[in-house]
Design a protein around this ligand. Structure first.
Ligand SMILES: [Mg+2]
Length: 385
């Protein structure tokens, strides 16, 4: 089998239903994008954006992948079409790991060892796994290492500006079957403790709670917050301090009994290695639409060698990112729990005719060959930019 064509589709899906205007005075607004003026937060889009990769073989099999691109999907698409395509054309698509390594090495000496370029590789890697599964008529988890579990447990995300809002959101999520919730909170420590306390009161002792502060703490205030959260039986504190501060993360992890979960921005084993060396976290959060399945498996193996669990990040990833993460979560020994956006799922699914749906806080596994998504090519073209 040979690869005949490689195409990238940068897509932007408008939100379903009510669209809230986000252009308030504390933000810089540019088109769909907005960013806070007064805090070091990420730039966000009001749309669902990502980069899809379509690879066709001479035997007629088509594989679809996704390199996560919550903003600027055309940047990732350019890397796929200008840099990955020449490596891939006429190659055997079943040489999946070789091809990841070949593409990675093509830009290594120039320092493009993470970021948009490695996201592009992830998109290709997912598409190649989709082809491999379709060629062998097996779901990808069977080819990644086999089925380690019956279902994939998930949590969904919430939060809120105040205790009452957070309480309501949490109640609605528990009512549809989730028994694990993550709160995205950027408030001062005392306000976070009040919000989590209200949510704990609402959902009771049996629901697992996690808190993500998106790196917005120094080391000592992260430790103080962690102690408050331990008293509320919180499972993990996510991204407690700056993404670059490996030793700071390690100090926090050592000081606290709850888990420090982190690493959605780390794409390769070489990036993860120093975090493992310093034992700078308790739960690894690789994002499969940034690492690819190939590198994701190596990261899981590295963590497993150090008795560290993996809780895959999905964040703003699209429906193929969700599907690939389910396959990955099924096929690694040290899986803990997978992130899932309950609210965004329907919008993400608009580019597919068939895609995985959660049931009562987990994803069931089935035998669909490949990643388990049937793409609607017409919809992809409609939302392409
Ligand atoms: Mg996070």
């Amino acid at each position: 089998m040979k690869i005949q064509s490689v195409e990238a589709y940068p897509i932007k899906l408008p939100p379903l239903g009510d669209t809230q205007e986000r252009g308030d005075a504390s933000r810089n607004q540019y088109g769909d994008y907005h960013i806070a003026r007064d805090a070091w937060t990420s730039i966000y889009s009001s749309r669902h954006e990502t980069c899809l990769v379509r690879i066709e073989t001479d035997s007629g099999i088509v594989g679809w992948g996704e390199g996560q691109a919550p903003v600027s999907p055309r940047t990732t698409a350019t890397a796929v079409e200008e840099l990955c395509r020449p490596v891939l054309l006429d190659a055997d698509p079943l040489d999946v790991e070789y091809l990841w390594y070949r593409m990675y090495s093509a830009m290594r000496e120039r320092g493009h060892v993470s970021g948009f370029y490695v996201d592009a590789l992830a998109g290709v890697d997912l598409a190649l796994y989709d082809i491999l599964g379709k060629a062998l008529e097996k779901p990808v988890y069977k080819l990644l290492g086999g089925q380690f579990r019956e279902v994939v447990r998930i949590y969904t995300g919430g939060g809120g500006a105040d205790p009452e809002g957070a309480r309501k959101t949490a109640r609605s999520q528990v009512d549809v079957g989730y028994d694990a919730l993550k709160l995205h909170l950027r408030q001062p420590n005392r306000e976070i403790a009040a919000i989590v306390s209200a949510v704990r009161d609402e959902v009771g002792d049996t629901v697992e709670l996690m808190v993500d502060v998106h790196g917005a703490r120094d080391v000592s205030s992260a430790i103080q917050l962690g102690r408050d959260l331990e008293a509320l039986d919180v499972r993990w504190l996510e991204a407690p301090t700056l993404a670059e501060d490996v030793k700071g993360h390690a100090e926090i992890a050592r000081a606290l009994d709850l888990q420090v979960a982190t690493g959605e921005w780390l794409r390769t084993v070489w990036e993860w290695r120093q975090w493992v060396d310093f034992r700078a976290f308790d739960a690894a959060m690789p994002d499969i639409a940034r690492t690819g399945l190939t590198e994701g498996k190596r990261i899981a193996a590295l963590c497993d060698a150090y008795n560290l669990p993996v809780a895959p990040h999905v964040g703003g990833g699209g429906i193929l990112a969700v599907a690939a993460t389910i396959q990955y979560s099924a096929a690694i020994p040290n899986f803990q729990i997978m992130e899932h956006s309950h609210v965004a799922q329907k919008n993400k699914g608009r580019i597919a005719k068939v895609y995985p749906e959660p049931v009562d806080g987990h994803f069931p596994l089935d035998d669909t060959p490949g990643l388990g998504v049937e793409i609607d090519e017409e919809a992809v073209r409609e939302f392409s930019v």
